[in-house]
Design a protein around this ligand. Structure first.
Ligand code: SF4
Length: 483
């Protein structure tokens, strides 16, 4: 890895993002970014003279034309030019080019939904740009249809029956927190109750996610759902989702409780239909459990069912992955989200990788036979042939091959909550451990987003319950309490 010396600017995070793409994790140093012995790149801000006078092994002045059609954002330009240089040096290209941010659809919108312009501007492949443009059109249509004055509720139950190998969420193993879950549901209901009185109207959607909320016992689960139902006046809320991610937690009694309290959308997330992979990633359920859970949820008459798949799990080949997709489509859930495996530092899988002499799993995977690009490309074609349209998209760091996560929907079943999360117009109010609230503020004609995060640890959340309620009151407009 070369040393990159920044001169005349301090866009070290932008530089670090691009270096990470080509060389894995970069060390950040105050004077620049340095990690190795492959020469020095002097990366200077253009001084206006038209001549870059720096000297070094490789010297690049980044410059820009303020009148360019696409909005000029300096850090994006830094990334663009460094990407181009490193791509030239290494011969490596990435499907999203110099775009390292989490929202490709924002860029697609700025490019006027023109994939050619997007590809030419940011070196993203034409296929990715086209997908981003199509998704952006659908996403923006959905965001436009959500009332600006609505707010959206997220209740977090960050507990799972066991932890998946690839999990990078701050999720607790059920065994470890089982003893405090009665207290946990009481604390989350108290937080919701304090907030919601006075803010009952304009709830655009409710999402109970995790973790796996269906890991709660029936009594806890019913207490949570009945409280939400009473407090939020659920009959007037357009969408109420439960993330029942792990099929083995979806019992008949849980389904009855969801039906009784007005749930309209249920997520059943198998991630794969291959038994060997399920075992490898630490899931303790069978493939049969997936079909059974799906059938029972379908019989419950919920408006929409959502299912997730992950490309790049275990040693899966493209055929393995497409087999799972075909099985999933055969069940006809209204929503399918295709994720690319993200190997965050905190996951067990990443720790296993780190014990190998592998410096950069992103590149290693790309060089190997996994072919995640091909898995995704083929899956998108198959989904399109089966009437699933992309309607939201985001990217995460440390994703294999630098790829994306894309949500698909059958007509008129797009998830309101997912779209509200993607847009910068709606307030999200989060309750429970690790929940994040997002408040939209207009200042000097600009949209600003302010965030408030609850502690991720379940026990700490319970202990700090009253303090967190007060913090939320302050965050959301004391004294008049309107959002
Ligand atoms: S189901 Fe999701 S949240 Fe739970 S352990 Fe697996 S990856 Fe983590």
């Amino acid at each position: 890895m070369p040393e990159v010396v920044l001169k005349g600017h301090d866009y070290k995070y932008a530089v670090s993002d691009v270096l990470r793409l080509f060389y894995g994790e970069a060390n950040e140093k105050p004077e620049g970014i340095s990690a190795g012995s492959d020469g020095t790149i002097i990366f200077s801000k253009y001084d206006g003279s038209g001549v870059c006078t720096e000297s070094g092994d490789i010297c690049r002045c980044f410059s820009y034309n303020e009148s360019q059609e696409i909005p000029f954002i300096p850090k994006r330009e830094v990334k663009r030019q460094l990407y181009s240089l490193l791509s030239e040096m290494t011969g490596i290209t990435y499907p999203w080019g110099s775009l390292t941010g989490i929202r490709p659809t924002l860029i697609a919108t700025e490019c006027g939904y023109d994939p050619v312009k997007m590809s030419e501007s940011y070196y993203s492949s034409f296929d990715k740009s086209k997908l981003a443009c199509e998704t952006a059109l659908n996403e923006n249509r959905m965001i436009d249809s959500i009332a600006n004055n609505s707010y959206h509720i997220y209740l977090s139950v960050p507990v799972c029956p066991t932890l998946c190998d690839y999990c990078s969420f701050p999720t607790a193993d059920h065994i470890r927190v089982k003893a405090v879950l009665d207290d946990y549901v009481c604390a989350i209901v108290a937080e919701l109750k304090d907030f919601i009185i006075g803010n009952k109207s304009c709830i655009g959607s409710i999402y109970i996610g995790g973790g796996t909320p269906t890991v709660l016992n029936d009594r806890q689960f019913e207490f949570l759902l009945s409280s939400v139902n009473d407090l939020a006046d659920i009959s007037s809320v357009p969408e109420f989702t439960i993330e029942a991610g792990r099929p083995e937690t979806i019992t008949d009694s849980k389904i009855l409780i969801m039906m009784k309290y007005g749930v309209s959308r249920v997520c059943v997330n198998p991630q794969t239909f291959n038994a060997v992979t399920l075992d490898r990633i630490g899931r303790k359920h069978t493939v049969k459990d997936i079909y059974d859970a799906y059938r029972r949820v379908r019989n419950g008459g919920f408006r929409s069912i959502s299912m997730d798949l992950i490309a790049g799990l275990g040693d899966e080949s493209k055929d393995d992955f497409l087999y799972s997709l075909t099985e999933m489509i055969g069940l006809r859930p209204e929503n399918i989200t295709v994720h690319s495996l993200s190997l965050k530092r905190s996951s067990m899988m990443k720790r296993k990788f780190s014990q190998d002499p592998i410096v950069n799993p992103v590149m290693d995977f790309k060089a190997g036979s996994g072919n995640i690009d091909g898995m995704l490309a083929d899956s998108y074609k198959i989904l399109a042939l089966n009437d699933y349209k992309p309607y939201y998209m985001y990217r995460q760091k440390d994703t294999l091959g630098g790829n994306e996560n894309t949500g698909f929907s059958l007509k008129d079943h797009e998830c309101i909550y997912n779209c509200a999360m993607m847009g910068d117009r709606n307030t999200i109010v989060g309750f429970g451990a690790k929940a994040i609230s997002k408040k939209i503020v207009m200042k000097d004609g600009k949209v600003l987003i302010e965030r408030l995060q609850n502690p991720a640890d379940v026990r700490m959340y319970i202990t700090r319950s009253s303090d967190l309620i007060n913090k939320k009151r302050e965050f959301f407009y004391e004294p008049d309490r309107n959002i």
